[in-house]
Design a protein around this ligand. Structure first.
Ligand SMILES: [Zn+2]
Length: 73
């Protein structure tokens, strides 16, 4: 089972912008254009110009609660 995504947010290491994708097709790009997030609470998608060192991942995920498990299609 995949982890639930609570917040899909990263900080650009170049300009310091904190960008958050709040819904599935919410594509956000930082001020300097180096990094982007997408996917909202469905998937964690990052785009970066140079690589993973471009951003600091501030996302929050939670393991599925086994006592309160939802069926997902
Ligand atoms: Zn930036």
């Amino acid at each position: 089972m995949r982890a639930r995504i609570i917040r899909n947010v990263i900080r650009c290491n170049h300009c310091g912008d904190v960008i958050e994708s709040t819904y599935r097709h919410d594509f956000k790009t930082c001020r300097c254009g180096c990094v982007s997030v997408d996917g909202g609470h469905d998937y964690l998608r990052r785009c970066s110009l140079y690589g993973p060192d471009d951003y600091t991942d501030l996302s929050e995920t939670a393991a599925p609660d086994r006592k309160n498990e939802y069926e997902e299609e």
